[in-house]
Design a protein around this ligand. Structure first.
Ligand code: ARG
Length: 290
């Protein structure tokens, strides 16, 4: 599917093309907050599982209506964070690098996702190092941006580079609210053309990175959208783009305007209930690159 953007010409800097995406999601049937492994999680605050499922369903339905393909992994009782499938692995060219979770509460998810990958025709690369999948590894063009500081280790950055034979750029996260790379940085393209990747832009929250990381991002992505703190604080960057449609939180007003200015089409999806677990749109979405 390929949708031309319909933004008025004066608001359009470049033509955006929606590319087909293939995702893995997990219905939050067992979602709750019963432990704390990030600053958003407050077990004392009540959660509403039915509401979580309904909000998640809207995200799922939106992907389908945009023409994307979504596969589902069965939720497992006792693993309330399994809805955040981005952490289940990192998949490029049909190879699934498995996750090895930092905290015991999520440890059993690693093998569960690897079983799903194997049963669904992916080659599984079992991890030795602690890493939380696409939560901390993002493919931008042909480069892997890798987060460390709270979850995935620097050793896993080397391991992921070896598995995929790609350059890895390590970025240190410094704000505990933005403990996974995908909470602080969003991949807006890539747009592939006949000659390979033609454009690979990102949006990010500068303050989530240390000074070295900020310098690397500024140098590599001079055209990046820099999101302000207010939009970062509502998980605006935890978003999913197909190159034209960018699914974001309805609370990220400034980011929404920045996207429009650049000719993207922001699609607002409210996952407030899943934010109680410290996750948003991207956390609930793992890209399956066959
Ligand atoms: N409660 C989960 C955790 O702390 C949320 C994971 C969010 N996932 C993500 N890709 N950022 O591990």
């Amino acid at each position: 599917m390929s949708t031309q953007n319909t933004a008025p010409a004066e608001a359009r800097t470049e033509t955006r093309i929606a590319q087909h995406r293939h995702y893995l999601m997990c219905r939050p049937e067992h979602f709750t907050v019963s432990y704390t492994i990030n600053p958003w999680m407050e077990p004392a605050n009540p959660t509403d599982t039915a509401r979580a499922v309904a909000q998640w369903q809207t995200l799922y339905d939106t992907y389908l209506s945009l023409g994307h393909e979504v596969e589902l992994i069965d939720p497992i009782e006792g693993l309330p964070d399994m809805v955040y499938t981005a952490n289940g692995g990192f998949v490029i060219d049909n190879v699934a690098y498995g996750a090895r979770f930092r905290f015991a509460e999520r440890a059993a998810e690693g093998p569960a996702f690897m079983r799903w990958f194997a049963e669904n025709g992916f080659d599984v690369a079992e991890p030795v190092e602690v890493n939380e999948g696409e939560g901390d590894f993002l493919l931008v063009g042909d480069t892997i941006l890798a987060g460390s500081g709270f979850r995935s280790t620097d050793h896993s950055h080397r391991e992921v580079g070896d598995v995929f034979g790609k350059d890895v750029v390590s970025l240190k996260l410094v704000d505990p609210r933005f403990y996974h790379l995908d909470t602080a940085l969003s991949v807006l393209d890539p747009v592939e053309g006949p000659g390979g990747v033609e454009r690979a832009n990102i949006a990010y929250l500068p303050g989530a990175f240390d000074a070295a990381g900020q310098a690397i991002l500024a140098e590599r992505y001079p055209d990046a959208i820099r999101v302000d703190d207010a939009d970062g604080a509502v998980f605006g960057l935890n978003s999913a783009s197909d190159g034209y449609n960018v699914l974001i939180s309805p609370r990220a007003k400034g980011f929404e305007a920045q996207l429009r200015e650049r000719g993207y089409n922001p699609v607002l999806i409210d996952l407030s209930e899943l934010l109680l677990g410290g996750g948003g749109i991207k956390c609930c979405t793992l890209e399956l690159r066959r």
